[in-house]
Design a protein around this ligand. Structure first.
Ligand code: OX2
Length: 754
């Protein structure tokens, strides 16, 4: 520690007592950079390139200190000088490079690749304003730019750049690098591309900007609004900038390491994270051909090198671009894509797998499946649905390509970093092995009947709830009761995730409490969710929850028992506070629609019980913990898929038959809600639920009600047993470590370092 103190004092050029947090932060940033650089290992054998439009990496300082083994020393050193780690963390802006599970998964994967000492980098874009900053104004979401770049960000500007041709004009893509150091592992890099000419002064009101001025706007935002042509074109410009610069970098690195490009497979494995980077396939083929390799061989090489991960069965999320968009933005790729399409058509008469369909739409996922050697789903159920229905035509063509890789999370961020008290307690019981080998958590099973252990575990949960309460008070001026049950639903706002089901339940509870039917325990329902700016109904759901929250808060009879808290601008930093404090994890998507979910894993690891449908990875969580340690409800994916196939779901019938449903849905436009909210928004949502309800909320309403009431009663009646079941959940969480997921990708798909 004395040595660390000397180093820090030298870096700050003065006594630590005299330093501002800014100065200490900058000094630590340099210290971490120097330490990370020492762990760069020369690459040998095959190296992974994980290409993704999103890397939701979260704040890096504490995480990097943990991975470098310096966190405890730094913390004590700062404390000795009257400084707190928590305040220091406030200095760092959160890199806003992702929107949800897909981007956070990519970040967890980079951590695990480096922790397992595998050679592997990320490739993405350096968005200046990230997704957006969510604000609640008059109980409605609005969006402002999230300026996260500045003197405190971790990306190193390099002199490396590549020329990328967009709509026939050349642009220079500059490389920025963020070091990714694994836990007691090696240092890899996250490579982010950007144009020097991008200029945030072209942002007008909110997050709108002139979409035609590519040189100035290309990397301003992640997912620019795609409700018009200019927005959709901009996405293609972005995607091509990423994959063209990425492909050039890959070929350059491999050549420098000795590849003659015919043997590219011995040097590179490229993972395509969803369809956003799919153009890397024709781009690599184009570049190999330009270096003198014949088209057929180039196709073979690229197919061997690339692999594709599918993250959704929602049709609207599988990208299909009109041919004329691609003709405009990437004319150099169209001849390659057309040849690939012709190849497919010569191989199979089944038109449904064509790359370019009869309407001149280019199906990116189709290109991925034909011209990569592996297509994986992200949870067992999801992969089965892909094979059996969504991608069945492809599965019949290439059964050997399909495989499952159930998602995982890095325990360094989602336990060690976010829940130090629980981490220390687990370590006191079973030693430190679980930090690198998550299956060690099974050893906790020996303590499930130990009352002292359970009491301590309950006390830790209570501390974390108080910490969340404190954070809510200081950041949003919201007061919550830490003695209530905290049920949390935090994830992107989407109808298939069914925040509206939770909303209807809360309205139902409002009526029940008013009628004197009191629940087992007071409930605090916590939400965190951003809605896509152009997604009207999602924004209506946020509005309804905010209005209901106000209605309840103003009603002293109800507010003793029920509170709704909607956390503004949900992000990784907020998640780190919320997850350790959760009692009940809400995973209530419509069965078959949530490919995996990863929040479900984070909550479980931190000792929450799950209330969920048999969807995504919930199915595997239920198998791991057993039915008695989870609250499962709702229709099965097979039932749901059948209902869609028959096309005979009629929400109105459920509304007409069931008085509880009717009462809750009607309340949306009742006088209490309209006194505070907007008739436009609330009426539209009500109408949607009665007329359409595309994600079948109403058929699951009663089952949800019953299971949730049961959970509340169990929590109140037998708190020790609740904690025992929480411990079972923690002990079974090992499987959901991204170290396990990455080991599987490596064994089955990548074969790195060989
Ligand atoms: C998400 C999926 O919705 C989620 O279920 C999954 O856990 C996550 O990806 C990581 O695999 N955009 N986000 C997703 O899919 C797409 C497309």
């Amino acid at each position: 520690m004395a040595e660390l103190e000397t180093t820090l004092t030298e870096l700050c050029k003065k006594d630590l007592n005299m330093c501002t947090y800014e100065e200490i932060y900058t000094a630590l940033l340099h210290l971490v950079e120097a330490e990370s650089a020492k762990r760069v290992v020369p690459v040998s054998g095959r190296k992974l390139y994980y290409i993704s439009a999103e890397f939701l990496i979260g704040k890096l300082l504490s995480n990097n200190l943990i991975n470098l083994g310096l966190y405890d020393q730094v913390k004590s050193c700062l404390e000795a000088h009257g400084k707190s780690m928590a305040e220091l963390e406030e200095i760092e802006p959160e890199p806003s490079l992702g929107n949800g599970g897909l981007g956070r998964l990519a970040a967890c994967f980079l951590d695990s690749v480096a922790t397992l000492n595998l050679p592997g980098d990320g490739i993405g874009l350096r968005y200046h304003c990230g997704l957006f900053h969510q604000n609640f104004t008059s109980l409605l979401q609005d969006e402002t730019p999230d300026y996260w770049l500045g003197s405190h960000d971790w990306a190193e500007k390099t002199d490396t750049s590549y020329t990328v041709s967009l709509a026939g004009k050349d642009y220079t893509a500059r490389l920025y690098r963020i070091a990714v150091t694994g836990y007691e592992g090696r240092t890899n890099y996250l490579n982010l591309f950007d144009l020097d000419s991008v200029d945030s002064s072209c942002i007008e009101e909110g997050i709108s900007f002139d979409k035609s001025d590519i040189a100035r706007n290309l990397t301003l935002f992640l997912y620019p609004d795609d409700s018009d042509d200019a927005g959709r074109l901009l996405r293609i410009y972005q995607q091509y900038l990423m994959v063209s610069a990425g492909a050039q970098m890959i070929l350059e690195e491999c050549t420098q390491r000795g590849s003659n490009l015919h043997d590219l497979y011995d040097y590179a494995a490229v993972q395509i994270n969803d369809t956003h980077p799919s153009m890397v396939i024709p781009e690599l083929i184009r570049l190999l051909c330009a270096k003198g390799i014949a088209f057929e061989e180039a196709v073979e090489i690229v197919t061997k090198v690339c692999a594709y991960t599918n993250h959704t069965i929602l049709a609207e999320a599988l990208e299909k671009w009109p041919r004329h968009y691609l003709n405009k933005v990437v004319p150099q790729l169209m001849p390659v894509i057309e040849k690939l399409d012709a190849l497919v058509r010569s191989k199979t008469a089944d038109k449904s797998t064509a790359i370019i369909d009869d309407n001149d739409l280019v199906h990116m996922a189709h290109m991925d499946i034909h011209f990569t050697h592996s297509t994986n789903g992200v949870a067992a159920l999801h992969t089965e649905i892909l094979k059996g229905s969504e991608l069945n035509h492809f599965y019949r063509l290439y059964p050997e390509k399909f495989n499952n890789k159930t998602n995982g999370i890095t325990f360094r961020r989602w336990l060690l970093k976010c829940n130090p008290e629980l981490t220390a307690f687990i370590e006191s019981l079973i030693g430190p092995g679980f930090k690198k080998d998550a299956s060690d958590l099974e050893k906790l099973a020996a303590f499930t009947e130990d009352e002292n252990v359970l009491r301590r575990l309950a006390a830790i949960k209570q501390d974390n709830k108080k910490a969340l309460a404190h954070w809510l008070k200081s950041t949003q001026n919201i007061t919550v009761n830490p003695d209530s049950l905290f049920a949390i639903q935090s994830k992107r706002l989407h109808e298939y995730k069914r925040q509206q089901l939770n909303l209807l339940y809360l309205i139902h509870q409002y009526f029940e409490i008013k009628a004197g039917h009191l629940p087992g325990t007071p409930l605090t329902a916590v939400f965190g969710a951003k809605a896509a700016p152009a997604y009207t109904i999602a924004k209506d759901i946020i509005h309804a929850l905010l209005v209901l929250s106000a209605v309840i808060a103003d009603d002293p009879e109800v507010s003793k028992w029920l509170q709704i808290v909607f956390i503004e601008n949900y992000n990784v930093t907020a998640a780190e506070k919320m997850i350790p404090a959760c009692d009940l994890s809400e995973q209530i998507s419509l069965a078959s629609k949530e490919a995996s979910g990863t929040g479900n894993m984070k909550f479980m690891l931190n000792g929450a019980l799950t209330l969920g449908t048999m969807d995504g990875a919930n199915v595997e969580i239920a198998e791991a913990v057993g039915q008695e340690n989870i609250y499962i409800f709702g229709e099965s994916s097979a039932q749901v898929i059948r209902r869609y196939r028959h096309g005979d779901y009629c929400a109105r019938e459920w509304y007409d038959i069931d008085s509880n449903i009717r009462r809750a849905v009607n309340f949306l436009t009742g006088s209490e809600m309209l006194a505070r909210g907007s008739r436009d928004h609330l009426g539209r949502l009500q109408n949607e639920l009665i007329q359409k309800d595309w994600f079948q909320t109403l058929p699951d309403f009663n089952a949800y009600l019953v299971r949730k009431s049961q959970a509340l009663a169990d929590y109140a009646l037998n708190p020790l047993d609740w904690t025992r079941r929480a411990l079972v959940n923690i002990s079974k969480a090992g499987f959901f470590s991204s170290d396990r997921t990455i080991a599987e990708y490596n064994n089955d798909i990548w074969h790195l370092g060989i």
